[in-house]
Design a protein around this ligand. Sequence first.
Ligand code: SAH
Length: 372
Amino acid sequence: MSRSSASPSGTGPLGARIRALIETGGPLSVFDFMGLCLADPEHGYYMRAEPFGADGDFITAPEVSQFFGELVGAWVVAAHAALGSPRPFHLVELGPGRGTLMADMLRVAALRPAFREAASLHLVETSRRLREIQRATLGDASATALWHDRIADLPEDAPLVVVANEFFDALPIRQYVKTAQGWRERAVGLDEQGALRFVAGTGSLDAAELPAGLAGAAEGTILETQPLANALMEELGARIARQGGVLLAIDYGYARTAPGDTLQALRAHRPVEVLAEPGRADLTAHVNFEALARAARAGGLRPRALTTQGDFLLGLGLLERAGQVGAGRSPQEQERIRGEVERLAAPQEMGELFKVLAVAGPDVVLPLFDGV
Ligand code: SAH
């Protein structure tokens, strides 16, 4: 049996389409491949799958515990105050998934009527299916919420308070591989059996994009760039610089540019081969926070020092909040709460891999990040 039939690659309807595209047009860049897998209107992952939760493919922090959204909500309320409590303002979430984070934030915001009354809700979401789930999760609040396909469609008339959890990791990246002929864009082609495989494409890497220290990298070294994430961050930065506001991005990723292949596919909570079943598994890449911060700066904002999800949540009082909620509960309930805290903040769980980037105008004194 050939290797490719032992480990089938490119199965399913989207796999067949991708193979046909490659047969006629040559290898697809990792960027185009990832874009099709995630966002193809018919077979894209976010368009058809039920990605989140215990029955889905992965669990995000808001789905792990309500503490996450409540603490992010408390930070957002404080950040709005740090901006001078503008009214009106737009409370924006990018890629809201099931809408749990927004719902949990709004529960906290309800305790601050001045904040809640000044806020209009905006959800940037491309998936029609997920929009319906978000609408149901938000309940009454959905009546006045607005959904947008693109960041560019957000209103321009008031400050933007933007939250993004696991949004940037879901955007297509480019990969480059060092070959004997120099850096080549990594692409998806076909092997002799017609199965998908990674190849070195024809595109090259702009010398200006090569980080210092990588000029002499060994053959096979992989470098990733995130042009789409950076472009969206720069656009948001420019908007916030003009309109006022703040942005909080939480995601898994690395603080400094470094080589490595971080493309990963998850199905039913287990890693699967990236090329195995296009559109059927969640496909993500680690976020390069150095590049994201640079993009925010290019847009006119000041990125604050990167922190970890663990330090961010502990700094906002995660342990105190868990203690309050757990007081007087059964031992089983207390154990569940302890487990949630552990999952969100322990270094070996989400606490260290997940990073938090806050950006705002240079003079805003942001809670937690600017020493207050
Ligand atoms: N923030 C949620 C979900 C993260 S998954 C949570 O923490 O649970 C990524 C989300 O981003 C999904 O809702 C997906 O449909 C959305 N998404 C992916 N690419 C997008 C794009 N280009 N524009 C808008 N939304 C996008």
